[in-house]
Design a protein around this ligand. Structure first.
Ligand SMILES: [Mg+2]
Ligand SMILES: [Zn+2]
Length: 97
């Protein structure tokens, strides 16, 4: 098992030097392109490919968070840690819209 914080730390140790040189805008473009690869794998129903592309999305999201100095685990916990951010229930009880 690997935590969100460990994902972010791993990406920093592997690619932090390149990520900071690349900067947030170009790192965001890489993230978006990896999301496109997930979409492609889902549409083509390549199940092995979906897993791999999802790993890439998580990796690039972590890189973007590193460049922007955002703690993803803290951000996620503070928004979703106690239940649905709108209705505060687990599972969400919001009307479906
Ligand atoms: Mg990919
Ligand atoms: Zn809700």
């Amino acid at each position: 098992m690997i935590t969100v914080s460990e994902v972010q730390r791993r990406m920093r140790e592997l690619y932090g030097h390149r990520d900071s040189r690349r900067g947030p805008e170009r790192t965001l473009l890489w993230l978006i392109s990896e999301v496109g690869e997930v979409a492609d794998a889902v549409v083509k129903n390549r199940s092995g490919g979906i897993e791999e592309e999802m790993a890439d999305v998580l990796a690039w999201l972590a890189s973007l968070a590193n460049v922007l100095d955002i703690d993803l685990e803290r951000a996620f916990s503070s928004k979703y840690g106690d239940g649905c951010p709108r209705c505060a229930s687990k599972p969400c009880n919001c009307p479906e819209g």
